[in-house]
Each structure stands twice: as C-alpha cells, then as structure tokens.
Ligand binder design. Structure first.
Ligand code: AHM
Ligand code: MG
Length: 339
C-alpha cells in the first residue's frame, strides 16, 4: 500500500526542510524559530481567552515609553523570553517591554550566537476591544559570540537580520517569517495545534488601492504627507482613485492586510513626535525586511529602513511601508515639498 500523500506542511517540517538553504548552519536558527513558534501558541491560547478570564486589563505599570501595560503584554513578554532562553540559542533579548536588554544567563545560552529583538504584543490597546494584535520579532547574529553580549549586538542595521517575522492574532492566527529567501505564512490549525503552511512565497502587489495612516493627526503631518493623502483621496478613474482608507491602529494587522492586498502604511513624523512613533529595531526593521523579501519597499521617507544604523534600543523612526510603487510615490511627494 502506498503511504497517504501529506498535504499539510507544518512550521516545524518547513523549518527543517529549509535548513538546507544555509549549508553551514548547525540548526541553531531553526531551533530558535521553532521556540518562537511554540511561544506563539502559548500566547495565542491566552489571547483567545481575553475577556473570559482575569488576565485582561491594565496591570498598573508602565513600559519604557511611559505607556500603560496590559497584563497580556507582560504575559507575552515573559513567554517569549522564557522560550528563547530555554532553547539555548539566544543569549539576550531586546523587548519593547524592557528598558534594558535582557541577558539570558543559563549555562547553555551564555555563548549563544544569536540575539532577538521583539515587540511581544503590539497594538495592545486593541486587546480589550477584540481587534487583531500581533508579535513582531527579529534575529541577529552576535558581532562576536566569544565576547560578552552588549547593546552593540542589537544596534546593527536591519540589513544584518538573519530572520524576521510576525504573528498576527486575528480571525485566525498566522505566523509569517523570512530568512532572506522569500516570505512564507503559516496559519494555526487549532484542532491539531500546529502552524500549517498556508501562504507560500508571499508577494506584495506592486501597487494597491489602500492607504493606512492615522488621519486624526493630519494637521501635524509634514506638508508632503498631507499632499500624498490628498492625492489618495482624489477622483481619478485611470489610477483607481480615490483609494480606500483602512487603519486598524494595530501595525501587524494593517501591515498584513496591505501585504496581501497591496497598499501603503504610513506612520509619519508629526510635530509632536518628529521621529514618528514606531520603534526601529523591533517594529520597523522586521517588517521592512519582510516587505522587501515580498517585493515591496520600506523607507523613513528618505532612507531605506534596513540601512538605518540604530543609535539606541528604543529608537523611533517614521515609516512608509508596503507596495513598492506607492512607497516610491509617497517619497516623491516628500522630496517635492523639501524643495
Ligand atoms: P504600541 O507598541 O504601544 O502597541 O504602539 C504601536 C501601535 C501600532 O501597532 C500602531 O500602528 C500604532 O501604534 C498606532 O498608533 P496611533 O494610535 O498613534 O495611530
Ligand atoms: Mg509596539
């Protein structure tokens, strides 16, 4: 009898199959990705219970940006750090929820080759209204695995990433990641508790009809961004305008939708926040690499996100990300206005 054909590829199987893409790799990166997948399932279980149990709500502490922390942020942070620590492949983590880097000091981890930057639960103000939230992560090889880990290991430009991804807790839960050989998406099948390959080799359309920006802040935007938004809103049959405005206020969800459908997400500088709101190393760089790997583009309005050299762990940057033609076009509006 022939063995039944396997029609489902799980995340674990896919990671092992793809290990051959890195001929000198010893499997550490694969293990690290698998650890992230496991933590994602644990966080998913708790996210799904939000509203049912007393895990929902504010914890009464603030994160390093002075923002309120919800209990689930804290839970997710702990889970990812614990998962990354237990595998022995990661020696330190930079997280949105911790001011300083978190060194993992178990015997197995202290000489580990990799560091991880993570936003454990982004868009957390959406938790208590049942709107999609996400996790964003990025993995770097340490500058010198024999030296003690320092901030310098984290302050590498995004072009040095060795893996990056996000998990979206939406109508279904997905994990999307790249190791620089395209982008693949896995949907969690809750009946078997596995992430299954559902979106192989994801590509973002070169252009789209969606723009995503918090227009409530428009009066504070640079003139070039305001002009681009007006352009999106004008009537023009040939280019399919007006475009649709779609803004969830949850970066992963806005990014994921635009990745699938084509579109642009903008978090520009504002007069109150001249560097924008989003953080370079654990929000913008991972998504920038994913979008580039999918054929799209990410810039701060003038410079490629992946080439920015971070000066500090929680540095912010403006972000223009999504379909290549749309990001280029938005940049042109900015350049024209700079004169
Ligand atoms: P957070 O890291 O505190 O959750 O903030 C990041 C979130 C993004 O998910 C989202 O795109 C953005 O903040 C929304 O900000 P705003 O409410 O200013 O539009
Ligand atoms: Mg965040």
């Amino acid at each position: 009898m022939n063995a039944p054909k396997r029609s489902v590829t799980t995340l674990g199987q896919f990671i092992i199959e793809r290990q051959a893409d890195f001929p000198y790799a010893k499997g550490e990166l694969s293990r690290l990705l698998r650890d992230i997948g496991i933590a994602a399932k644990i966080v998913n279980r708790e996210v799904n219970k939000a509203g049912l149990v007393d895990i929902l709500g504010e914890m009464g502490t603030s994160n390093v940006q002075g923002e309120e922390q919800k209990k689930l942020d804290v839970f997710a942070n702990e889970q990812f750090i614990a998962a990354l620590g237990s595998g022995g492949e990661c020696c330190a983590v930079a997280s949105e929820e911790n001011e300083e880097l978190v060194a993992i000091s178990t015997d197995v981890s202290k000489n580990a080759k990799y560091v991880v930057c993570i936003d454990p639960l982004d868009g957390s103000s959406n938790i208590d209204v049942n709107v999609s939230i996400g996790t964003i992560f990025s993995i770097y090889r340490r500058l010198d695995p024999n030296a003690p880990v320092t901030e310098a290991d984290f302050l590498q430009p995004g072009v040095n990433q060795v893996a990056a991804g996000y998990i979206i807790f939406g109508s279904s839960t997905m994990l999307v990641y790249t190791t620089g050989k395209g982008v693949n998406g896995f949907t969690l099948d809750p009946s078997i508790g596995e992430f299954c390959l559902s979106h192989p080799d994801m590509k973002v359309p070169n252009s789209g009809k969606i723009y995503s920006v918090n227009e409530g802040n428009a009066m504070q935007f640079p003139q070039g961004v305001r002009d681009y938004i007006s352009y999106c809103q004008q009537d023009d049959k040939a280019t399919g305008r007006p475009y649709s405005s779609r803004y969830i206020g949850s970066l992963v969800a806005d990014f994921h939708r635009n990745l699938l459908k084509g579109g642009i997400y903008i978090y520009p500088p504002t007069s109150k926040a001249p560097s924008g709101k989003l953080r370079l190393i654990y929000e913008c760089n991972p998504l920038a690499w994913i979008v580039e790997q999918a054929g799209g583009m990410a810039s701060d309005g003038g410079q490629r996100i992946l080439e920015k050299k971070p000066g500090s762990l929680h540095e912010r940057t403006p972000l223009f990300i999504g379909s290549k033609d749309m990001v280029r076009h938005a940049e042109q509006f900015l350049t024209q206005n700079r004169g």
